[in-house]
Structure formats: C-alpha cells, structure tokens
Design a protein. Sequence first.
Length: 381
Amino acid sequence: MRTDRPAWYDDDCVPLAEVAATFFAKEVLPHRERFEAQRHVDRDVWLRAGERGLLCCSIPARYGGGDGTLAHDIVILSEQIRCLDTGLGLIVHSGMVAHYLLAYGTEEQKQRWLPGMASGHIVGAIAMTEPDAGSDLKTMTTRARRGGEHYLLGGAKTFISNGGTADLIIVAGKTDPDAGAKGISLIVVETDSAPGFRRGRILEKLGMHAQDTSELFFDDVPVPKANLLGREGGGFAMLMEQLPQERLLIGVVAVAAMERALDEAVTYAKARRAFGGMLFDLQSVRLQLAECATLVRISRVFLDNAIEKHLRGELDAATASMAKWWLTDTQSQVIDRCLQLFGGYGYIREYPIARLYADARGQRIYGGANEIMKELIARSL
C-alpha cells in the first residue's frame, strides 16, 4: 500500500487498498499454483471479489457499481500486482468492458449487464484481436451480417483475456465491409444464449499463466440487434476513445510491478552474503539499485500525473501512448536488472522476481504494440 499521497489518492483509497491487499493475499495467492495449472481463476473468486466491492468501483451505484472513480479501480489493480497476481482479469472486466457499457450502452443495456458485472455473476471480455489482425484493427475480417432481428456474427478472435470464462463479450466486427473503419460495429454476445459460439483453447503463454487468454469462434452466431452497442458503424471510434484508458491501466500494472521488483531486489541484496559481506555492500550492486530506484521514481511521477489528467478528462491519446510504451519498456528493463542480482535464484519460478520477469514481457505487446504507440505519438507532433 502507498505511503505517499498524490492528489488522486483520496481518503477512500486507503481502506480500499487494505481490503484489496487482504483479498488477494487470502483468496488468490494460496491457490496460485492451481490457477496457473488450469490457466484461469475459479469463478467463485469473481463472486467473492464482487462481495467485497472490488469490481466496477468506478461504475455508478444505480448500476450496481461502487459509485467511485477510476482511481479506486486503479488502487485495486495496483494491490493485485503487488500481491503477484495477474490471473483475475480486472483491467478488462472493470477497466474496459464496464466502461464501454457505461459510455455507449442504452439505459436498458446498462441496467441489464452492469449489476451482474459488479457482483461477479457476469464476467466481461472484449474481442478485438484476430489471428491476422492485431494492432491494425481496421483489417479485421469478423463480419456481422443483418438477418431479420438479428446480426449473424462470423469470424475468429484470439488472445482474448477472460475469453474462456466470459459470460458477456463485446465483439468488434464489420457490419459494412466496404466502409473501412466506419464499417466496424461493437456487438455484445451473451455466451449462454449464443448458438454457434465456440471457445477454443486457453492459450499457454510465456507468463501470466493464471490469466484466461483464449481463442473464440463465431459460426453465424445470431445476436439480437438490441445487443448493438452504440450506433452501427461507430465501433472504431468507440475503440479509439476507450483505448487511452486501457493504456493507462497497463501503465499502472507496469509501475506496480517494477516497485515490487525493486523491493524484492533490495531485500535480497541486504540479506544475501557474498564475498565476505552483504551483496548490498558491493558498489556495483548499490549503483545498479540506485539506477533502478531512480527509474521507478520517475515512472511513478509520470504515472501519477497521467492518472490525474485522466480523472480530469484531460489525458490525450498521445500522452496515454507515451505512458504505455515508456512505462512497459522501463518495467522490462528494471525487472531484468533486478533479476540479475539474484543470480541463479532469479531464474527459478518460486522466486517472485522470476514471475515478475515473465509477466512483464506481454505488457509491451497487448493494448497496442509499443512500436504502434510511438507511431501514434509521432502523428501528434
């Protein structure tokens, strides 16, 4: 939990951080090996998180949420990462899907889906990436053809977080294949009533083993037109409006992870004996840790500033892209340097630093590859 108090970290954040830290320590970490082996957390973890008010904190109370701001979801996410859990897909569920519904859903849609998401009875996912369409979303081939009172959804998605267990999936597909980006729409699939919907395998990743990341297949799945999110053809614009928040949240993960890595490295260096003294007594080790501490401090200041801008509605897409690429690149750099200080133990998964290292690599890819982030920044210059 944070000892400093930036402007965005209000009085409600302190007890919320305590509840979140206790939850992950007691409800998740004791089962981590099993969750990693089965490649997803148990469904009752979502329910218990909902009971403790840890889901959809920034959603209004009239829709079952916590009636707070994104700051409160950020506090929970930070404590999750500090507790070394990456299995519960909070970024997608609370930070993305709930906000798409809140921003673009009809009143009926919000009343229908958001309370279940806040309680954990509904797990949310969003399906953008395809086997041949990643950062360049305009090239997606998933189609949503009109058929009476339904859309017939056809296509395949991959790398979908929460995809193997999700009850509700926002699917990006083309309702007008000839209109380019203006032909993309967002359609909400309720998986328990979607004939033709199939889940593929839960993918075996380099890290983040407990996080459910899946392939999804849609074989002319009939989806009621009432499940269209926003206006037809407005999907790409909605994705672009929401992606800065996703990228900010990825930055939150980056900073929390490197802070934990630095703590692990300092503790180890002060306990490990080498060459007749503590590892920390070696000047090369102290200087390495000093450099990492500086990078972590700069990262925290940058992130706090971006959070404050976002809460005021002032975070522009270019700055969000800067935060995403620089913080995740720095995360990988800091954790790699910290791991090196552990020697052979750093390569053993029972040590937290090894898990932090493996989990960090995906951060530079999802949410838009870092190379794409730099291109978006360049366009703003």
